[in-house]
Design a protein around this ligand. Structure first.
Ligand code: FAD
Length: 553
């Protein structure tokens, strides 16, 4: 059965009527990673997400699969090693979503990095993180640094530089591909389904949850042998509901990114640079834009809607202007933005940037398993740990549980055995006659958004191109082909699902959305058979989302 909103009622019937080995609360990278691992090992899995998949922190990150360089500074040696190995695994398994990106570290007078310590640090990092030969560090003289990034050339403080590699991704799409893969292996994953209450058996052990279906406005219960709380910044709210909020607690910190058009900040390459307060931030060119982030500030406000304020933008704009003295940006140049919350574990006396990014598992007396902290990059290992734990607890049902299968499992769209297979795929696409009709900027976007699944969208497009009574505007036909795919195969429902999590267009293609907003809404309304009220709400919400991306109070 397709992973489609039109099958939603079937999924709900199954969720209501069957008993699951594992119920996962939260459809971010952590929850969807666990769902895939458990499903691949033969567990019967349900996952519920109160909003859209990846609508929490997992669509609001710096969008890097890190090698873990910053942990070296904090001497978290094992973490550098784990994160480095995981990066290589994600690269192999989701090849279409992970793109190596050369990163320049400018070394500045009085900065946090010295030339020799950086050279040594990067060399240690190359070994610990198992970095490929061709991606190993390269130290640069001052003039080489300026050639590498001309926007730095007038900065008198820059003394030299270093080059290393980060891997760029689309965080939300990684989650969507995980959810699709989990679904393909039998997991029942439902978005817009909120846990309202936990259910307990007569021994006071958690055995399921009461769910509110936000699309159908109905309630139902899911029964499960084990329940995992993978709700990121919301982890403590679920622990509170379980009456187990003692011991370790979350410390939320907010991280903001702002986006400029490439013309305004035309970086030749990505840069990871010092800010006056001793922190470091990224500036990364991407699809005709350049994004900059992140901030790291203690956060105690609404978890549901973190927003970007003036203080955040001033901090980032000043940081850009201090470093790239060959250009100048201002707040009015910002074309989009996002804010995310890091679900970190509180440690007395530590500042936000000093808090460990390690993950923590907490098991309550009711048996609720909560997992928090961690990184996008380490999702697979976190999932493996959780499923090992659940497997041990359910030994009688799974006496011979397989070890995790995810190391070698290619995610949906990423089914390439090796680099040659990926290159062959690209060559074959170039001789596809439907692909040839795509606007040139869309070709690359679709390849790195959908990987092998691009075939299904091209098929949709072919049907549309051949049908009569259709607009001849190829941009609109492509939009329709893409929307049909995401609704049919990625549980896309609302306009915001599409413009934020399915395509990232709010951040890296906002002019397109603004231009085609009416068409987009009418296509989604037709597909989802929206009521009048839903049509009005979606139109209002889309306008608000577009406005909020450049409004900073
Ligand atoms: P989330 O993605 O927040 O998912 C939790 C989900 O639970 C949410 O979708 C929420 O709606 C759902 N939920 C909550 N309550 C309920 C309920 N009652 N019922 C059902 N569902 C519920 N990591 C990297 O590796 N690389 C980076 O570049 C990077 N950059 C970052 C930059 C910033 C600014 C931030 C904030 C984090 C960054 N991280 C990065 C860390 C990474 O993004 C997070 O560790 C990760 O996304 C957390 O995922 P999660 O699934 O645990 O939480």
């Amino acid at each position: 059965m397709n992973f489609s909103q039109s099958n939603r009622h079937h999924f709900i019937e199954k969720l209501k009527n069957e008993e699951f080995d594992l119920l996962i609360i939260g459809g971010g990278i952590t929850g969807c990673g666990i769902a895939l691992d458990a499903a691949l090992r033969g567990m019967k899995v349900a996952l519920v997400e109160k909003s859209d998949f990846a609508s929490g922190t997992s669509s609001r990150s710096t969008k890097l699969i890190h090698g873990g360089l910053r942990y070296l500074k904090q001497l978290e040696i094992k973490l550098v090693h784990d994160v480095g190995s995981e990066r290589a695994i994600v690269f192999k398994n989701a090849r279409h979503l992970v793109i190596p990106e050369k990163m320049l570290l400018p070394i500045i007078e009085g900065g946090s990095l010295g030339k020799h310590s950086t050279s040594l640090g990067l060399a240690v990092y190359d070994i610990l993180a198992g970095v490929k030969w061709k991606e190993r560090r390269k130290m640069l003289s001052k003039s080489e640094t300026f050639v590498s990034e001309p926007l730095l050339a007038n900065n008198p403080k820059v003394t030299s530089g270093g080059l290393y590699y980060e891997y760029r991704t689309d965080d939300a799409r990684l989650v969507i591909e995980l959810a699709k893969s989990a679904h393909a292996n039998g997991a029942l994953c439902l978005n817009y389904a909120e846990v309202k209450e936990l259910l307990y058996n007569e021994d006071n052990q958690v055995c399921g949850a009461k769910i509110f279906d936000k699309i159908g406005s109905t309630e139902f219960s899911i029964n499960a042998k084990r329940v995992v709380n993978a709700t990121g910044p919301f982890v403590d709210l679920i622990r509170k509901e379980d009456k187990s909020l003692y011991g370790k607690r979350l410390q939320l910190t907010k991280g903001v990114h702002i986006v400029f058009s490439f013309d305004k900040l035309p970086l030749k390459q990505a840069v990871y640079f010092d800010v006056k307060d001793g922190r470091m931030i990224f500036a990364i060119p991407r699809n005709g834009f350049t994004y900059v982030g992140t901030t790291d500030t203690v956060y105690n406000q609404s978890i549901d809607s973190p927003s970007v304020n003036k203080e955040d933008t001033t901090y980032l704009v000043n940081a850009v202007n201090d470093m790239f003295t060959n250009t100048s940006v201002s707040e009015t140049d910002i074309v989009s933005s996002w804010a995310g919350l890091r679900p970190l574990i509180h440690e007395d006396g530590k500042s936000p940037s000093e808090l460990s990014r390690k993950d923590e598992i907490m098991i309550s007396s009711s048996g609720l398993i909560s997992i928090a902290g961690g990184k996008l990059t380490g999702y697979r290992l976190m999932a493996e740990k959780i499923v090992d734990l659940v497997g041990k607890q359910l030994r009688s049902s799974f006496p011979n549980l397989n070890p995790s299968q995810t190391k070698k499992y290619h995610l949906s769209g990423g089914e390439f055995s090796d680099e040659i297979a990926f290159t062959t795929f690209l060559t074959q696409l170039n001789s596809d006659k439907i692909f040839a009709q795509l606007p040139s900027d869309l070709k690359e976007k679709w390849i790195y958004r959908y990987g092998k699944n691009i075939a299904a969208i091209l098929k949709n497009l072919e049907t549309l191109l051949n049908s009569e009574n259709k607009t001849k505007d190829v941009n609109e036909l492509c939009l329709e082909a893409e929307i049909n795919y995401s609704a049919d195969n990625e549980m896309n429902y609302y306009a915001e699902d599409f413009i934020i999590r399915r395509t990232g267009a709010l951040y890296f293609d906002k002019p397109f959305i603004e231009k085609h907003q009416t068409k987009l809404l009418s296509l989604l309304a037709n597909y989802g058979k929206w009521s009048e009220q839903e049509i009005l709400e979606n139109a209002k919400n889309t306008t608000e989302i577009l406005k909020a991306a450049t409004t900073f109070d």
